[in-house]
Design a binder for this molecule. Structure first.
Ligand code: ATP
Ligand code: MG
Length: 236
């Protein structure tokens, strides 16, 4: 049984359809990518799984049960973590306070969880007292990932973690996610436009275009930019 399964999912913004019968699944421990250009429906898909977007057909199943009837916070409590596009950290809270938001348990549990997560984020450990808003974009992205992990998710939905971030920190984010998957049994769904980033992390990659996700790009073709262009709808 897949950990997360999206079946025939359609979704809309108001009356305008944005996802058309999307099918995909993620097994426990897998890192799966969804590659798509601007406006193709990547964020809509992440937000539909979280419960922020109106679903007009199909189903979303987590650990074998439909979650369609559940509100956002109940989906999060089940173990679905979301790192939204644009990161959405709290600019006026310190790095440490950003990490503490949403941890369940008392002070000791909070300190333990933060310390454990920070082992993967040495750069953040040095910035604990800094205001979130005073971090660079890359540091904010690391913070958003660490904050999500503090809530102990089973699956993390990552929405374009490389967007607007300088290459050296993109490498650091990639290494951090690789280390995370080696260290614990975490499942990741990564939506991206950055082919190199997605190819470096994911064992399977789907293509999304115009709200349609019905093709997987074979791994060996991820290094062939012409083949990838065809998957993304560019034919020259
Ligand atoms: N809140 C909204 N209201 C109306 N239309 C929206 C809304 N959010 C997205 N859309 C539309 O839905 C389509 C898919 O957008 P979405 O944000 O999911 O794309 P994306 O693949 O995440 O793009 P990007 O790479 O730019 O983040 C686009 O046509 C977009 O204009
Ligand atoms: Mg988006």
């Amino acid at each position: 049984m897949p950990l997360l399964e999206v079946k025939g999912l359609s979704a809309a913004h108001g009356l305008v359809p944005a996802l058309h019968r999307v099918d995909f699944h993620v097994e426990q421990g897998e890192v799966v990518g969804v590659l798509g250009h601007n406006g193709m429906g990547k964020t809509t898909l992440m937000r539909a799984i979280m419960g922020f977007v109106k679903v007009t057909g199909g189903d979303i199943r987590f650990e074998g049960s439909s979650i369609l009837g559940l509100p956002v916070n109940a989906r999060a409590r089940l173990g679905i973590g979301h790192v939204p596009q644009g990161r959405e950290i709290f600019p006026n809270l310190s790095v440490e306070e950003n990490l503490q938001v949403g941890i369940v348990g008392g002070k000791a549990a909070m300190a333990g969880t933060v310390a454990e997560v920070l082992e993967l984020f040495p750069r953040l450990e040095r910035l604990l007292d800094r205001r979130g808003g005073a971090l660079s974009g890359g540091e904010q992205q690391l913070l958003a990932l660490a904050r999500c992990l503090c809530r102990k998710p089973n699956v993390m939905l990552l929405d374009e973690p490389t967007e607007g971030i300088q290459p050296s920190i993109i490498d650091e984010i990639s290494e951090t996610l690789s280390a995370l998957t080696r260290r614990q049994d975490i499942t990741i769904v990564l939506v991206e436009q950055n082919l190199e980033f997605i190819a470096g992390l994911c064992s399977r990659v789907y293509a999304i275009s115009n709200g349609i996700l019905d093709r997987q790009i074979p791994r060996e073709q991820l290094t062939d930019s012409r083949a990838v262009s065809e998957f993304m709808g560019f034919v020259t």
